[in-house]
Design a protein around this ligand. Sequence first.
Ligand code: ADP
Length: 176
Amino acid sequence: MIRAIYPGSFDPVTYGHYDIICRSCKIVDELIVGVLNNKAKMPLFSVEERVKMLKEVTKDLGNVKVVPFDGLLVEFARQQKARLVIRGLRAITDFEYELQIAQTNSKLSNGMLDTVFLTTSLEYAYLSSSSVKEIASFHGDISQCVPDFVAKLVYEKYKDNSNDRLIKSDKYGGVL
Ligand code: ADP
């Protein structure tokens, strides 16, 4: 039985994330989407909101569970009895950072936690949660990037522009 964790901020979940989730859950027996509650970051959505969105997006996928976590990914993996981490790679710029995280997690877990990389589907290579927020903050069209119900929630956050400052503080990271 292979149980894997797909960790991330998912602030908010995009079609790029969904693509990785769908492809991963065909490869592994059980996929746990780990939603990072990183206190050092200032997410647009609370961890509860992000979990709720992901549960809705994955509701038709039988072997996917959505679970919030904080602290070290190796600890979370140990608790969940998973020994595989799935990460998505968009561009060569993702690679250096991801390689370092994968190696650190392997070291921290004494070789018990391996990372598998899925390369992005070409149509989503450009897509990130940060770009979705940036577009939405200028009231641009994000319908190609996220499901409709997610788009509504994102626009809602930018209704009064008070969240504009959150866009720049959200470079993904910290999934160690
Ligand atoms: P981001 O804010 O950049 O979307 P996350 O922390 O939410 O970052 O991403 C979680 C994981 O999903 C990471 O492994 C990231 O590389 C991957 N990912 C994000 N967007 C895409 C995409 N468009 N295609 C493939 N993988 C992606």
